[in-house]
Design a protein around this ligand. Structure first.
Ligand SMILES: Cc1cc2nc3c(=O)[nH]c(=O)nc-3n(C[C@H](O)[C@H](O)[C@H](O)COP(=O)(O)OP(=O)(O)OC[C@H]3O[C@@H](n4cnc5c(N)ncnc54)[C@H](O)[C@@H]3O)c2cc1C
Length: 446
């Protein structure tokens, strides 16, 4: 047995290195302050933890494992880590959200998620902890009027640069260009097999954390090829499907001429029993935008998928009829002016209804308030912001360890959860990375 470390409940900034007999042999500074376990924990010091995948979930797990005293190596298939993290920063890195924890937990969905799962994951590492973590890296954050939280500079690159310096400073080793392909038992630990420059490379570890990402933007490295490896090892993996993405619908040329690239604003959009307020963008292939992203999970379960758009959500049908006054014909064209409907909205309304449906003021109001738009399919997964599906929750224990592969943990988007845009994805990756990092340490508790 090696030495053990002890997180001081009084001063979580320091940990004691204990000999087997319990005598203090050294002190170490703990880099991660806020999320150190509140209760004393003893871990073996000389354990090797392998993290596979250098996205935010994997890097966070590595950080926690290294702060717990483990010898940590990060393996990454690409020549550099954090490629999707950098892509996420292009339009402004939305790190997390400022809403209350009660509301926050409702953002995470997925089949068979254990009850209170996200309340427990976020209790370990919530949005306040994520902001403090960024602050400790010298990155200030701010809350936009939407409640979304961004780094002041909006970008991901400065944050990632500082983070990697800190991780390297904590002794974490990085092995780039290592594509994980297999896992074999080796004593009480695991033997990992990587493809590296056309050759097999092997690595032995006491515990393994897989943080291999979902299936969107495969050029960043998260290509979902790991699903076959885990299925071969007997783990149930739900098919990776596009989430937070546009949906396809073939618009007639007349709609494209009038509406392509234009936003449908101040609308509510419903799918099934879920309603979202916001905007939709009319594109060459269909519809895009935050509202349709938020409805993705519901749309995927509908056959056929259909949206109901309310173009005048702040008026009742009766109020709209009253605004038409003594109008007796051309109801839709009068409505465009009197109800302030944009040209793009009229193009969409006309495309999905027949002329008879605008034969009276009331039926026009009904069509404008409940405009049914059927959709064909989501855009390809390669274009999506994230993916749903992945390792099933029934395969995991509460420390995110694979029940069939003791000592192997998973974190991040590769688990079967999804969340809308708004910083929830990043927060989910940090929270699961934190849990898996502590899980791997605790498994090797003395
Ligand atoms: C355009 C875009 C914008 C986004 N914007 C935001 C945003 O503003 N806010 C937000 O919260 N989220 C955003 N996201 C989502 C967010 O980036 C992801 O949810 C997050 O990066 C997932 O983290 P992860 O660590 O689970 O996986 P990833 O970041 O995908 O990392 C997985 C890593 O594993 C590596 N890997 C995969 N297979 C192997 C293998 N076999 N062997 C070795 N390594 C492997 C990959 O190369 C990759 O580096 C955005 C995504 C996109 C595409």
């Amino acid at each position: 047995m090696g030495q053990a470390i002890y997180f001081s409940p009084l001063n979580p900034l320091r940990l004691r290195v204990l000999s087997e007999a319990g005598g203090v042999v050294a002190w170490r500074r703990v880099e991660i302050k806020e999320d150190c376990p509140r209760r004393p924990l003893l871990f073996q010091l000389d354990i090797k933890i392998a993290i596979i995948g250098g996205g935010p979930a994997g890097l966070r797990a590595a950080e926690v494992a290294a702060a717990g005293g483990a010898e940590v190596s990060v393996f990454e298939a690409k020549r550099s880590v954090g490629r999707k993290f950098l892509v996420a920063g292009r339009g402004g890195l939305n790190l997390t959200h400022s809403e209350s924890s009660d509301r926050f937990v409702t953002r995470y969905t997925g089949s068979d998620q254990p009850t209170n799962l996200w309340a427990s994951l976020l209790a370990d590492f919530d949005s306040a902890a994520l902001r403090r973590w960024a602050f400790e890296l010298g990155i200030e954050t701010f809350t936009a009027t939407s409640g979304r939280v961004y780094p002041s500079e909006m970008k991901a690159a400065p944050l990632l640069r500082r983070w990697l310096i800190r991780l390297r400073g904590a002794g974490i080793q990085f092995a780039m260009g290592h594509k994980w392909v297999d896992l074999q038992r080796s004593g009480s630990g695991w033997r990992l097999v990587f493809e590296c420059d056309g050759e097999d490379q092997f690595f032995e570890a006491d515990a393994v954390i897989l943080a291999l990402g979902g299936g969107s933007w495969p050029e960043t490295g998260s290509d979902g090829s790991w699903t076959a490896c885990l299925e071969r090892l007997g783990v149930e993996v739900r098919q990776l499907v596009p989430a937070n993405c546009g949906w396809e619908r073939a618009w007639p040329a007349t709609v494209l001429q009038r509406a392509e690239g234009k936003s449908l604003k101040n609308i509510t959009v419903r799918a099934g029993i879920k309603t979202v307020t916001g905007e939709l963008l009319v594109t060459r292939y269909g519809l895009e935008g935050g509202t349709i992203y938020a409805l993705g999970a519901t749309l995927r379960n509908m056959s056929p998928a259909q949206l109901i758009i309310d173009f005048k959500p702040y008026h009742t049908a009766e109020q709209l009829v009253a605004k038409l006054g003594n109008c007796r014909r051309n109801f839709l064209s009068e409505a465009q002016t009197r109800w302030h409907l944009g040209d793009a909205a009229i193009a969409v309304i006309e495309a999905v209804n027949t002329a008879e449906e605008f034969s009276s003021a009331l039926s026009t109001a009904h069509r404008v308030k409940a405009c049914a738009v059927s959709l064909e399919r989501p855009r390809p997964i390669a274009e999506a912001i994230s993916s749903a599906g992945g390792v099933g929750w029934a395969e995991l224990d509460s420390s995110l360890m694979l029940r069939r592969l003791p000592g192997v943990f998973v974190a991040g988007e590769m688990i079967d959860w999804e969340a809308p845009t708004g910083g929830y994805l990043m927060q989910g990756c940090f929270a699961t990375g934190t849990r898996a990092g502590f899980g791997a340490l605790a498994r090797n508790r003395v």
